[in-house]
Design a protein around this ligand. Structure first.
Ligand code: ZN
Ligand code: ZN
Ligand code: ZN
Length: 174
């Protein structure tokens, strides 16, 4: 596994190029933030990323993390996504296939999916309205399989008339 050093070479070149065009300099902190972002295959808020970065270098400030995420987004390496909780999440964009999201409203889990059929239907709809789509984000909110299971367990003793509120306390205690 002598792979570590040349990890994300392309991504780093793209970012460096963008940083230089923006008239900024390359810094160790920005490099670290970028590394951690690229290594984390997840949807992260700047808060989340800040916490991960803090574990490795407590001297990095939240503003630096936030600004670096903005730079990553401008450079096309990150993409902003919103899941309806008023937060901005960031995910990898470069070399990543288009996908859409399902969001569990109980535990916050995000499931990524891709359906060629749905994509086709969207294109057909757009064509029908002579609309030229540039990008889209399809999001479905609901309850994931694990949480659905919790609902079943939680409601197996009584009749099951009060699922939602009970689920939160069950998940919260785990
Ligand atoms: Zn899509
Ligand atoms: Zn869930
Ligand atoms: Zn995603």
């Amino acid at each position: 596994m002598a792979k570590k050093k040349d990890e994300f070479v392309q991504e780093k070149e793209i970012l460096l190029d963008h940083i230089q065009k923006a008239g900024l300099r390359r810094t160790d902190q920005r490099d670290l933030i970028t590394e951690i972002f690229l290594r984390t295959e997840d949807h992260l808020t700047s808060e989340d990323l800040y916490r991960l970065v803090q574990k490795q270098d407590p001297s990095v400030g939240h503003t630096t993390v936030y600004r670096t995420l903005k730079l990553l987004t401008e450079a096309g390496l990150a993409r902003e996504v919103r899941f309806g909780d008023n937060k901005t999440y960031y995910e990898h964009h470069y070399n990543h296939q288009h996908h859409d999201h399902m969001i569990c409203t109980e535990c916050g889990k995000v499931i990524e999916f891709f359906s060629a059929d749905i994509e086709d239907l969207q294109d057909q709809m757009a064509a029908k309205f002579k609309f030229r789509p540039t990008h889209h984000s399809l999001r479905m909110w609901g309850v994931c399989a694990e949480c659905e299971e919790q609902v079943l367990h939680a409601s197996s003793a009584p009749s099951g008339a009060q699922p939602k509120v009970r689920v939160r306390s069950v998940t919260g205690n785990q």
